[in-house]
Design a binder for this molecule. Structure first.
Ligand SMILES: *[C@@H]1O[C@H](CO)[C@@H](O)[C@H](O)[C@H]1NC(C)=O
Ligand SMILES: *[C@@H]1O[C@H](CO)[C@@H](O)[C@H](O)[C@H]1NC(C)=O
Ligand SMILES: [Zn+2]
Length: 296
């Protein structure tokens, strides 16, 4: 784990904008923490080893920008080869031939459950899990068109940027601006506000609702199906909002006005779901471990 700590320091030099913004990841982790059972609190405490959960939640983006972490870059998304806005769909066999977010999240859950995983490996797997569940709830991390919107140039408050980056960063920052400019404090307040609200946790992705009743028993033995259901829901927003009038309707446009206003409730709902779902998994992992404790 000393290499991991070294990377924390090293990576503060590198900046990453091609992943869901730190603000979103912090908010998801802090929201999840509010729902932790006592077992989950102890489980997380051991794996975080003194790091705050919202800080651990942004480690994976910094790691992927280091030489050792470069191969993990593809873990943060899946390039759904669908045809928005006509048809949105995620097909693992078509879209995730190698390592992508759809199979990496289940693998991290497996590492956390395995008797053969060392404590440092579990700590790293935990950091990936709490980060990647966030990324999965960013619609353009579950879309291949124009490299997930990275190739669609737009402006936001007159600043030239891309559609991907506004969904990663700008929309979230503007949404949370009322909570102040300190990122961690803003994430805490946003998480609190979302914690006070209630949304329907059920996925709107057709055909997969039965995995998502709330509260539902997390099936740790078959994590892929639930992850796919969450991915389908995120991806469905690409057709329902992000690119609902096609690429040309956003390309070159200023998106901090009406487009932003329409995005806010979607972002709130997805961040809330990410936090709740992450908590349900960590609670399940912790409950399983407390039934059959694994020494470090
Ligand atoms: C946990 O943190 C302590 C204090 O920083 C450190 O000495 C220890 O090596 C860490 N444990 C692991 C497994 O990284
Ligand atoms: C959340 O709800 C609690 C209890 O009703 C309240 O005290 C707190 O101010 C609320 N926080 C936010 C940020 O809405
Ligand atoms: Zn990421």
């Amino acid at each position: 784990m000393s290499t991991m700590r070294a990377l924390f320091i090293l990576s503060t030099l590198a900046s990453s904008v091609f992943c869901w913004g730190n603000l979103g990841h912090r908010t998801v982790a802090l929201l999840a923490e509010q729902d932790f059972t006592e077992e989950a609190q102890a489980f997380a405490k051991q794996l975080l080893n003194g790091t705050d959960i919202d800080t651990a939640a942004i480690w994976a983006d910094k790691y992927k920008d280091t030489p050792d972490g470069r191969p993990t870059g593809s873990w943060h998304f899946v390039n759904a080869n669908d045809t928005p806005p006509l048809a949105c769909d995620v097909v693992p066999r078509r879209d995730c031939a190698q390592s992508c977010i759809l199979n990496v999240i289940p693998n991290m859950a497996r590492l956390l459950r395995s008797l053969d995983t060392t404590l440092p490996e579990k700590m790293e797997a935990f950091n990936f899990l709490i980060h990647l569940v966030g990324d999965l709830h960013m619609p353009l991390h579950v879309e291949g068109l124009a490299r997930g919107g990275n190739d669609i140039h737009v402006t936001f408050a007159a600043e030239p940027t891309t559609l991907h980056i506004i969904w990663d960063v700008h929309i979230l920052q503007k949404r949370a601006a009322e909570y102040g400019t300190d990122e961690r404090a803003a994430a805490k307040r946003w998480a609190q506000e979302l914690h006070n609200r209630s949304y329907d946790l059920t996925s709107r992705a057709a055909g997969l609702q039965h995995y998502l009743s709330d509260p539902h028993p997390v099936d740790l033995a078959q994590p892929e199906e639930e992850i796919l259901a969450w991915a389908q829901e995120s991806n469905s927003w690409v057709c329902r909002y992000v690119l609902k009038d096609g690429q040309t309707s956003v390309s070159g446009r200023e998106l901090s006005g009406g487009y932003y206003e329409g995005a806010v409730p979607i972002v709130d709902e997805l961040i809330w779901k990410a936090g709740k779902r992450l908590a349900s998994w960590i609670n399940a992992l912790a409950a399983e471990q407390s039934r059959s404790p694994v020494g470090p």
